[in-house]
Design a protein around this ligand. Structure first.
Ligand code: TRP
Ligand code: ZN
Length: 853
């Protein structure tokens, strides 16, 4: 066992300890002499004392670097080198630092700093990877222009900014916009480009490129269109124009996350940019469009205006997620996007905020910042901006953003700077609103109603349960959107924004002719858990009449949830009244098929476990799985008469495009097929699988066949067809674990790690297998602990190669305290086994110790 003292030595960084760096950097010149095992990096950096800093210690970060030489003003100096960096005595006037270091990109399996992926060089510097490239003040508040020379025998040599000069085996780049080191990037390899161009609103021509390995050129067209749409949208909606002559995107197979917004040189996980109808699902296309937009939007929200320190991460991420969701709403369907976002928030952010990993949108301490690229910082961070916009209105928001860009361009900012522009523009005091950034946990909102003499009163009570390190919670500002309907289903009070600031607060609606039916928290106007015991009759009424699409969906979701709870806890049968009411909606072809499909989505099995846990019932994963199976079987049987015609109506006859209309139809078609499969033993799925000419249809059919236990031939055929395509093979690995019956999941995951195409070093492949295992709720939570043990073994093995991906996947255990004593003991043992490994990374050490609590 690792002893407590060893754990204690892991340093914690605090927001309140922030101090500026003692020096400013005026210019950076870098030269790379590329070599897989021994790359030389020469730096020439102009430093000057920082007048705003009191501490003038000259400390440069540097990790895993072999220092070859160091000079100040041309004279060799001796630096004091540790595993974290170096110090050196320096002049009190401006000076030039030069160093040469050696690094080994071919041994870099952590995929942070300069590494190799399938023969190409690439970098990942956010958050603190630049220090693995050269000695530097690797902190986001140190901004400088960069000039980069790359030497190497590769046909493509890329870095940030504009190309300056190039020749055989070398290229020089200059980025005129001062930036922090985390936005530095370099790419080199035998690549081909998919070209494009864009004319900005003021007439500048920008050269666009998507760089890929030969063979992938035919998967770039969609990404290129998404990029152009993003550029136009940011001009039209936010007034933001692109600011360099070129914009390059590179697709990389080995990547820890989705993509990275390096200035002028975005680097993407190939799964987040490459797409073709044959190899990508509709969901892939939508995600690619959103991620390309997200990274592009960072050019202003993140790059031109960056973060003072990593505690301010939500300043760029919350805002950029908010912007990309606005973009998707504009490109596709706003209600469908909103419902999807809320499903995602509940599926990923709520468990985080309601468990041992709960932290504020702006954390106040960390050991490893990579562990804070979370759903809370990103998605709750975006929700907080959505609330702010609701409170100040669209115009107030637009004015505030104008001021933000005007006032802070070129700066490294804080949440205080962000909120101040809203205060200055609107005259509002946002000090209470600011609690959204500091208080962790999901607020719970209870509501009572009263009606007398034409006055309807809603009384709300808010309460946030304690979270780690925060026992006492204060009331937050909650924007609560409410509409009122009369008995005929007419809207008598249109959507009105109530602004709740107290722990308990009442709002009156006067002059009504009868007691209305309320539609509360329309559009999910605040990220809270709404606790309201409404009657079946009221829900049925809202299901039929609510004009707010989100709340109409929410009613159905709540009915599904409560029905499943009754099945699991009380042994009730499926709620046939709900199934019949839902049939009306599903068959209503005046409604968007995408929306109808969403109406079929109740809570996930994991969400249901949380609901039961909060209601005082220990969740049994097997019983939850059984209930959800029984419910779907009942739906299939009850709807058997109209499923074939629904399937027919959902067929797309035009050529494949991933636009909202076709996507909605295929989604509804897939839901119908999965119900039909419960009745026909897989016949319809088999037919769809054999005839599919796009990946969406092929994969939805394969998923049905797996669920029906009819997959052997289909899996073999699929593998035969797609063994040459890494991204498609990720789907093959994942689906047979994710869609299979819980009893098989762990054994399949284990067997697949022995498959010739399983690759421990590729995060996409690792996540395909182990992410799918963790998502198979009852499969992961097998009573005998096999799921837990298998994941723990895999995480231990991966940690030695890739701490960042290991640490992220530890969150599969974050809900461990929900379950029965036996399962808790098994999960605790798995976590302690990980914690006890010698040389465990800082990343994983922090995660496991937080989860254990
Ligand atoms: N800034 C990136 C984004 O949100 C995410 C990111 C942070 C990242 N660290 C990373 C991506 C490490 C890849 C690897 O778009
Ligand atoms: Zn981002």
């Amino acid at each position: 066992m690792k002893d407590a003292a060893a754990e204690m030595t892991q340093e914690t960084i605090y927001l309140e300890d922030y101090t500026p760096f003692g020096f400013v950097v005026e210019e950076v010149h870098l030269t790379f002499l590329l070599d897989p095992g021994a790359t030389r990096v020469k730096s020439k950096i102009s430093f000057a004392p920082n007048p705003d800093a009191t501490d003038k210690t000259f400390f440069l970060h540097g990790e895993d670097l072999k220092l070859i030489s160091a000079k100040i003003n041309g004279k060799p100096v001796t630096a004091d080198v540790t595993a974290q960096g170096l110090t050196c005595s320096v002049p009190t006037k401006p000076f030039v630092w030069e160093s040469e270091v050696e690094i080994a990109p071919d041994k870099n399996t952590a995929l942070e700093g300069l590494y190799m992926s399938n023969g190409m060089y690439c970098t990942q510097c956010e958050a603190e990877g630049f220090r693995k490239i050269t000695y530097y003040p690797d902190r986001p508040d140190v901004m400088s222009t960069f000039t980069v020379r790359i030497e190497g025998p590769h046909n493509v040599l890329l870095s940030n900014g504009n190309p300056e000069k190039s020749g055989k085996n070398w290229a020089e780049w200059h980025d005129p916009w001062p930036k922090p080191s985390y936005l530095f990037a370099l790419v080199a390899g035998e690549l081909v480009n998919f070209p494009g161009s864009f004319r900005t609103c003021s007439g500048n021509k920008v050269e666009l490129n998507i760089w890929v390995r030969p063979g992938d050129e035919n998967k770039c067209a969609f990404g290129m269109e998404a990029l152009k749409k993003s550029m136009r949208w940011d001009e039209e909606v936010y007034g933001r124009e692109y600011d360099l002559d070129v914009f390059n995107i590179v697709a990389v197979d080995d990547f820890n996350m989705g993509a990275m917004e390096n200035k002028g040189l975005n680097v993407f996980n190939s799964s987040c940019v490459l797409a073709s109808p044959e190899t990508s699902t509709d969901a892939n296309f939508e995600r690619i469009e959103a991620i390309i937009a997200h990274e592009y939007f960072h050019n202003w929200t993140g790059n031109r205006i960056t973060c003072r320190d990593w505690f301010q991460l939500c300043l760029k991420e919350g805002l950029t997620v908010f912007r990309d969701s606005q973009f998707t709403s504009d490109m596709r369907s706003a209600p469908v996007k909103r419902i999807g976002d809320v499903m995602d928030l509940r599926g990923r952010q709520f468990p985080e905020d309601q468990g041992p990993l709960s932290h504020p949108v702006r954390p106040e301490s960390f050991q490893e910042i990579n562990n804070f690229y979370t759903a809370t910082v990103y998605e709750k961070g975006a929700e907080v901006i959505g609330m702010l916009k609701r409170l100040v209105g669209d115009e107030g928001y637009a004015e505030a953003l104008e001021l933000y860009f005007a006032r802070h361009d070129g700066q490294a900012c804080t949440i205080e700077n962000w909120l101040k522009v809203f205060e200055d523009v609107t005259g509002r005091d946002l000090s209470q609103f600011k609690r959204w950034y500091s208080q962790s946990g999901t607020p719970r909102l209870a509501v009572d109603e009263a009606y007398a003499d034409g006055t309807y009163t809603l009384t709300f009570r808010q309460k946030t349960p304690p979270t780690p390190g925060q026992d006492e919670k204060l009331p937050q500002v909650l924007p609560i959107a409410v509409g009122l309907l009369n008995d005929n289903g007419d809207e008598v009070v249109e959507t009105t924004l109530l602004e709740m600031t107290e722990a308990e607060q009442s709002f009156e609606f006067k002059g009504l002719s009868g007691k209305p039916v309320p539609s509360i928290l329309r559009g999910f106007s605040a990220p809270v858990v709404l606790e309201r015991a409404s009657t079946h009759a009221e829900r049925a009424f809202l299901l039929a009449h609510d004009t707010d699409p989100f709340n109409r969906w929410e009613v159905s979701y709540n009915l599904a949830r409560d029905g499943l709870v009754a099945m699991v806890r009380d042994g009730a049968g499926p709620d046939l009244a709900w199934i019949d009411a839902l049939a009306q909606v599903i068959r209503d072809d005046t409604l968007d098929p995408a929306f109808r499909e969403l109406m079929l989505n109740g809570p996930s099995q994991s969400e249901l476990a949380q609901v039961l846990f909060e209601a005082g019932t220990t969740p049994d994963p097997d019983a939850i799985w059984q209930a959800s199976e029984t419910l779907k079987q009942a739906m299939a049987e009850r709807w058997s008469a109209f499923l074939p015609s629904l399937a027919e109506a959902a067929k797309v006859t035009d050529d494949y495009t991933p636009d909202a209309e076709q996507v909605g139809k295929r989604a509804l078609g897939a839901a119908v097929l999965s119900l039909q499969t419960r009745l026909d033993g897989g016949a319809a799925a088999q037919a769809q699988f054999s005839g599919a000419d796009n990946m969406t249809l092929q994969l939805s059919a394969l998923s049905c066949l797996i669920r029906a236990g009819q997959e052997t031939d289909a899996l073999a055929a699929f593998e035969e067809q797609w063994q040459g395509d890494r991204l498609v093979m990720d789907k093959w690995f994942g689906l047979q674990i994710g869609a299979t019956a819980p009893v098989n999941a762990a054994a399949r995951a284990e067997a697949l790690t022995g498959h010739a195409a399983f690759d421990w070093k590729n995060p996409n492949r690792f996540r395909a297998v182990f992410g799918a295992l963790a998502m198979n709720h009852a499969g992961f939570h097998r009573k005998d602990g096999k799921g837990y043990a298998l994941l723990a073994d895999a995480l231990i093995r991966l940690d030695a190669m890739n701490p960042q991906t290991t640490a992220r996947m530890c969150s599969a255990f974050q809900t461990w305290r929900r379950y029965d004593a036996d399962r808790q003991a098994l999960m605790q043992a798995a976590l302690e086994r990980i914690a006890g490994q010698p040389n465990l990374s800082r990343d994983t050490t922090e995660m496991v110790s937080r989860i254990l609590g």
